[in-house]
Write a protein that binds this ligand. Structure first.
Ligand code: BG6
Ligand code: MG
Length: 214
């Protein structure tokens, strides 16, 4: 049975995944590294340093920690510019309705995000108060696919992992959910998100009945 649903943020609850991609792509272009949307599937859900290092490795570059820090700062400044306009309108359709249904059934709502900007984004989306617990990249040492952020969310919700469902748009995230001993629901393409019990094209396709039957 399901006692908590733990959501990823970027690409699940809102459209920010594409802005992370744009900002990484701009940085890669500047470094002369070819970074494609296909490559980006590997980076969804991966934290800032891990993502930068993946891109640098693709380009055969090794940089000092100071240079890495500068590039991460540059990418983040660009990302923050790209999401500067976000409002509750950027919440994906169906999120509020699903949250309402979960609450009505006493199912807790958690967030497990690899982003250090998660608190800012949920605030701007107007949903911060809806979460029973928020776990993000500021509180964990190991990025998805490590299960740490999902396990922290479950602990914060006081629900054992086997009673949690995780919802993710990233391959690394699905792996993290499975390694946490939770049930994984994918948002996106079933061919990409193998490892998920079910895959839906968007959050709005998830019904409470389906969650309860997982
Ligand atoms: C994840 C995104 O949620 O957060 C990644 O899927 C992103 O694309 C990662 O790189 C880190 O985000 P931030 O905001 O800490 O740079
Ligand atoms: Mg995501």
């Amino acid at each position: 049975s399901c006692r908590a649903v733990i959501f990823d943020l970027d690409g699940v609850l809102t459209d920010t995944a594409i802005y992370h991609f744009y900002a990484w792509k701009a940085l890669a272009d500047e470094l002369g590294i070819n970074f494609t949307e296909h490559d980006n599937e590997q980076l969804k859900g991966v934290d800032r340093l891990g993502s930068l290092r993946w891109i640098l490795q693709k380009g055969g570059l090794t940089l000092s920690e100071a240079e890495e820090a500068r590039l991460m700062q540059q990418k983040n400044a660009h990302y923050l510019e790209l999401i500067d306009h976000i409002t509750p309108d950027n919440l994906y359709p169906g999120v509020t309705a699903l949250f309402t249904q979960l609450k009505r059934h006493g199912i807790k709502i958690g967030l497990a995000s690899a982003s250090k900007n998660a608190a800012f984004v949920v605030e701007r989306l107007g949903i911060a108060a809806q979460f029973d617990y928020i776990a993000d990249a500021n509180q964990v040492l190991n990025s998805k696919p490590d299960p740490e952020v999902f396990l922290l969310a479950a602990k914060g919700l006081a629900v054992a992992p086997q009673y949690c469902i995780g919802v993710e748009d990233a391959l690394a995230g699905i792996e993290a959910i499975n390694r946490a001993g939770m049930k994984a629901i994918g948002i996106g393409d079933a061919k990409v998100l193998s490892g998920a019990i079910r895959v839906y094209p968007a959050v709005k396709a998830i019904t409470l009945e389906e969650l309860l039957s997982v």
